[in-house]
Design a protein around this ligand. Sequence first.
Ligand code: PAF
Length: 310
Amino acid sequence: MLKKTVHKDKKLLWISPFVVFLSPQPAQMQLYKSTRDLQKALRSEKSKKRRVGLVPTMGALHLGHLSLVKRSLYQNDITVVSIFVNPTQFNDENDLAAYPRMLEKDLILLSAEQGEIWVYAPQAEDIYDGNISSKKYDFNNLDQVMEGPNRPGHFNGVATIVERLLRITRPNHAYFGEKDYQQLLIISRVAKQMRLGVKIVGCAIIRESSGLAMSSRNQRLSPAAQSKATFIYQQLLWAKRRFTSMSLPKIKEAVITAFQNHPSFELEYFEINEALKLSAHQERIKNKKYRAFIAAKIDGVRLIDNLAMN
Ligand code: PAF
């Protein structure tokens, strides 16, 4: 129960079965489990012209998520942090089952932030309104590379849940990390296409001091695997250093070989793609921005990372 784990100096006040108010400062936090209650409360705040920021998450929060939350707190009056492990974006049952879930710990982390945070943690039936399935979208080929072919159905699942979250909360801003860079481009396109009236804000990747990109999945790695996993970032940095002096196919070949020679990794892909359309080029085109992308498994845990090349 939430009650047992909240810091001692915070009072709990039950307002409805689905809304918990935690006080006093730092964070003024409310927990909503019901979509209807959240929407009702948001309508009332919006009628007072208060600005709403949305930070969609699947929980198991870390400093990367908190950087999105901080940015939203700075730019809005209310920050809605959704915590929902979305089943329709997983194409692997085991991955879905193993995904870390720790709502009480997440609430404690968020309660240390300064500002008004509303946590929205719905059940699948509720947020999906009884129909837990994905819509089909046209992503204009953004889904034809990298995560797309490797995780069939993934982006339709992501877009479906993000569209629902945006329609439920009608935020002024919504925040997404660049670690899921392909996801960020796809969501920006969906939000624009659907004319959802939201500004999608991309936020920089937050890294451990070792360089490992922060991810909820890192919690599933042993300390030894975490330390080996920094190899991913090292390879991205290596590619960046060679970006102007070596051809794109040669850089690709060298990085792929480095992964093949590493005893602990199973590389899914390494790509250097144009940064807006994600198209693959044999040669760099002047004035275009490029990014390198890696997905690799270590100890059965799938990690992704990316880095701007120019
Ligand atoms: O990036 C994530 O954690 C998820 O894909 C998101 C955007 C919360 C949708 O479930």
